[in-house]
Design a protein around this ligand. Structure first.
Ligand SMILES: CC(C)(COP(=O)(O)OP(=O)(O)OC[C@H]1O[C@@H](n2cnc3c(N)ncnc32)[C@H](O)[C@@H]1OP(=O)(O)O)[C@@H](O)C(=O)NCCC(=O)NCCS
Length: 134
């Protein structure tokens, strides 16, 4: 059997998060719940945000969220998170999710793309100015 041509590769940049969905993350049809993916995307986006804020952040908005392809139990999911905009207290992050299918390890599929905004917060949970870049 020949290997199918696969033009899609994982991005050549550091990955915020990698995770394999389990049977408990699936619906009755065996596909992974969108809500589970949204939670992982939120975690992935919070990683560069917390780093930029040098402390705690809260998610204020999910600006866009597209499920482009289904996710299956056993897929290896890689989450890439890039800061695309910062304001006085806010950080907007684009998250892209790629799946490597269990049955076809070489196959890479972009399954989700989303944009979320986080706000740097203090211990009082109120907005806090972002620290200056060094
Ligand atoms: C995050 C929180 C502390 C912000 O407080 P707030 O008084 O609403 O914030 P502000 O109106 O001062 O806005 C703060 C920043 O968010 C931005 N912002 C506000 N609403 C936004 C929206 N709908 N989309 C994108 N950015 C938004 C503002 O433009 C501002 O950015 P800037 O300082 O860079 O200019 C507050 O909204 C909160 O606690 N929300 C709940 C957070 C949470 O629990 N998230 C988890 C999911 S339940």
């Amino acid at each position: 059997m020949t290997t199918p041509a696969n033009p899609m590769q994982l991005p050549q940049k550091s990955c915020a998060l990698r995770v394999v969905p389990q049977p408990s993350d699936a619906n009755v049809h065996g596909d992974v719940f969108g809500g589970w993916i949204m939670a992982q995307v939120d975690i992935a986006g919070s990683i560069p945000s917390s780093r930029r804020a040098n402390g705690r952040v809260a998610t204020i908005a999910v600006n866009s969220f597209v499920f482009k392809q289904p996710v299956f139990v056993g897929d290896l999911l890689s989450f890439y998170a890039d800061i695309v905009k910062t304001g006085k207290t806010s950080i907007t992050v684009e998250v892209e999710v790629y799946a490597q299918r269990l049955s076809l390890a070489q196959e890479v599929v972009k399954v989700t793309e989303a944009t979320l905004t986080y706000v740097a917060t203090g211990s009082d949970r109120r907005p806090r100015l972002l620290p200056a870049l060094e």
